[in-house]
Design a protein around this ligand. Sequence first.
Ligand code: PMP
Length: 324
Amino acid sequence: MDLDKLIIYRNGSLVPYAESKVGILAHGLNYGTGCFEGIRGYWNAKSDQLYFFRLLEHYERLANSAKLLLMDLPESPERLCARTAELARANGFRCDLYIRPLAYKSAEEIGVRLHNVTHDFTITEVPHKAYFDSTAGLRASVSSWRRIDDNVAPARAKLTGVYVNSALAKTEAVSNGFDEAIMLNAEGHVAEGSAQNIFIVRSGVAYTPPVSDGILEGITRRTIIELCQRELNIEVIERSIDRSELYIADEVFLVGTAVEVAPVIEVDHRPIANGKVGPKATALREIYRKATLGDLVGYRHWLTPTYDSTAAAKIQQAERAAAT
Ligand code: PMP
C-alpha cells in the first residue's frame, strides 16, 4: 500500500495520510489513552459493491470505548458510517478493506490522567490482507498472561493501552511455536484469544464466555451467536468456561473481525476431538462469509453499501467499455 497516496479522515476533513502527523509527546502515544475499532469492508465483485460489515455497531462500541476514556466522538455513529463510505469513495477503493477509526488524546503534554486532555479522531482505510490463513485450523496454547481484569482496565472496550495485554500473550504463543494464545481471566476461566472471542462445542451445544468474564464485547461473537441459533439451530449458552473444558470439547473456534471464524484443532499440544477442523466451525465459516458479501438476503441489514448501485453499474460499464 502506497501510504503517500492515501486519503484519511481527520477531525472532520479528508486529508492526505502523509500530512497527518502525531507529536512525540502526544498523550495517547505515551499513556495508551486512545481507543479504536477494527472493521472490514468486503468487495463483492459480482454485485460491484463494497460492503462494510456491521458498521453502526462498531461505531457504537467505539462511542462506548471513548466514553470510558472521557472522550466524545466528533459525530454520531450514524454520521461516522456515512463518513466511512465517503472516505472509501474518495480513495476509489474497489477491494476488500480494513478500516481503523481511532480516537486518541492528542495533547502534547506530560501528565497521566483522563480529564482535560484534548483529543483527535481519525479514520484510516487500507486494502485488506489476511494476516494468517486459519482454514487448516490453529494450534493454540493457554497463555501464562491473564486477560486484564475489569478492575484494572476494561477489556470490554478497545483501548489502545490495554492491547499490551494481547501483544504479550500473542508473542508468547508464537515464540513457543503456537499460532494463537487463549487467555484465562483473573478467576482462571477461559476469556478469549489475543484478538478473538472464543466458542467451544460440547455435545451439540455451543458455549461462549459471558461479557462479564473480562472479554471484549465482540461484534463477530454476537454475529456467531445469531447465526448458530437461526441458521444452524445450535443452542448457544453464555457461561464461564473452564480450562479443562477446552481439552475435552468437540470443537473450539475463535471469532473476530480479522479471522472471521478460525477453527482451533489443538490446545496445549492436545488435539481437539480428532484434531481436524470440526463441522460446526466449517458451516459457520461458510455462512459468515456469505453474510459479509451480501449473499444472504436475511442479513443484508448488517451491510452498509459504499457505492450507490446506479453509480456502481456505471463504473462497471465504463470499465467493460475500456477493456474492449
Ligand atoms: N477480543 C479482542 C481482544 C479483540 O481485539 C477482538 C478484535 N476486535 C475481538 C475479541 C473480536 O471482536 P470483534 O468481533 O468485534 O472484531
